[in-house]
Design a protein around this ligand. Sequence first.
Ligand code: WT7
Length: 648
Amino acid sequence: MSKKTVEIDENKEFKPSKEFSKKARVSSMAQYKRMHAESIEKPHLFWAREAKELKWQKQWNKVLDWKAPYAKWFDGAKLNVCENCVDRHVEEGRGNKAAIIWEGEPGDKRVITYRQLQREVCRFANALEAKGIKSKDRVLIYMPMTPEATIAMLACARIGAVHSVVFGGFSAESIKDRLEDSEAVAVITADGGWRRGSVVPLKANVDEALKGNKTVKHVIVQKRIGNDVTMKKGRDSWWEDDIADVPATHKAKGFGAEHPLFILYTSGSTGKPKGILHTSAGYMVGTYTTCKYIFDMKEDDVYWCTADVGWITGHSYITYGPLLNGVTQIMYEGAPNFPDFGRFWSIIEEYGVSIFYTAPTAIRAFIKAGDEFVDKHDLSTLRLLGTVGEPINPSAWMWYYDKIGGGRCPIVDTWWQTETGAVMISPLPGATPIKPGTATLPFFGVDAAILDEDGNECKANQPGRLVIRKPWPSMLRTIYGDKKRYRDTYWSDYDGMYTAGDGARKDKKGNIYIVGRLDDVLNVSGHRLGTAEVESALVAHKSVAEAAVIGKPHDIKGQAVVCFVTLKEDAKESDELKKELRNHVGKVIGAIAKPDEIHIAPGLPKTRSGKIMRRLLKELVNTGSITGNVTTLEDSKVIEALQKSLKG
Ligand code: WT7
């Protein structure tokens, strides 16, 4: 098998083939421009037309009511998001169409049709209501990637309860914080989940998180593995028992357009994760529309997004968007390299996947594993590829394009955030010329600009701050329980504009290149991680006095987590201690936060006012020395000592 090296010409554009464009929902740049102009100039017309494709129990009075930074979309309407994802398709004749084709990590398989999904969701909605869970109650979901995770989310939406999904890789302490912040009344979990052949002890983590908790009255446990778990009488019940004797029908009540749909926690630049709140109508219209145009979803597509439902990608592009579009989707429980790096390609071949959405970090891991895992499989059913989560390096893009897409599939590099709810910047696959490394152009309704510190628009190729100048339907509405933080974090840099926290530049054609976060947030394997979160986990350890955390480029993960710590007087530096600290961070936050490097230092570089100068640490780690201005440094000997500890 040949291992061709790819020649990369960054100026080369790839235009969609005539064949692709002809069948696409948006088939030319002229059409994109026309629709984009309308969506910006007459948002009420544009979004009303899109929204009318969905089911409303009562029409809205007004498409948009905007008093920065508070938006109301489709005010006055009554709707049920779950009914739109499920019942609508049964009514429209898709009852026996596969909604979810699921594969467990050990190889077990299930196919769930839209009608079966409707019955399962209704039964679970009835089970939740039987426990007294009602509209606006918060329900924490901590599940493996099983159809029950989707069913749980949809059942919450159906009864108006607000779900808060916590990624199964997060720790008991992370669950505890989120339970406290959201004051959840119930937890939905499983006995365990499979990950690389081992069992993730989900229920045991929930038990630990619930120690001392006062709000949670019910814990519902799906039997996924059959491992031993403790069930607390009066509080815990089995999913299977709860749905045994309830009807498989349930009336989907209409809720207001701004009824809260979910809270999803994400890292910010301070220690405490933010509960991003999304509401019903706008989020529904946003995820529906982006799927339809960006993934060009059609009736016969087989779509697969490899994310976990614990992240926003799993919310918008596994649970809500694809089901709103009535497509068939693949759901896979486990790791991409189990039993080997061919797992994804064998799934694509077996189920005839046509649209595939994954992350650059996964692509880089596949490249490293070697082409032989791909070459064994027939990937000819693919017609469209997507990436999300971080900038994709041109060589990984080219490999994805050639090796996975066979040179015939457009790649949509989609930029968005937990806060934006849906994709904001992306090519439209039948229209936009694509290029490695750029998410290209704003989606409909998105008024994206790159500004300098004074609020002026940057010139072509001049880097600046990415902002969104107008409200969009799937935007976050607030940070749960913290309006002030909502205003301060997103709306205070420029008047009436949303600041994304990302640096970016535009080329002459208007293509947007995302440069990376401007705040103290790292992007580790496409996931956001606050340096402050890792620092506070470190200083919570009995041996640590102070900690500073920075990112460093990493071949596979995008960024590696590099920590500098000073020890308390009675603690001694040792390899065991470093290992212990690494595991400690994993235990406090979750495995994704485990530091790649821990340096024990005699002191940290600080300004005279006592602020840690992370800028110097970054420079030191990335170049080995300091060239910049260090006159504000309180003690210049610290740098020499750090240099020594880095070499050592
Ligand atoms: C941050 C948001 C949106 C779902 C996954 C992450 C980075 C996201 C891209 C992209 C360059 C990207 C940004 C953004 N990011 N997509 N296509 N190109 N960077 O969601 O955890 O809320 O993180 O991910 O830095 O701000 P998230």
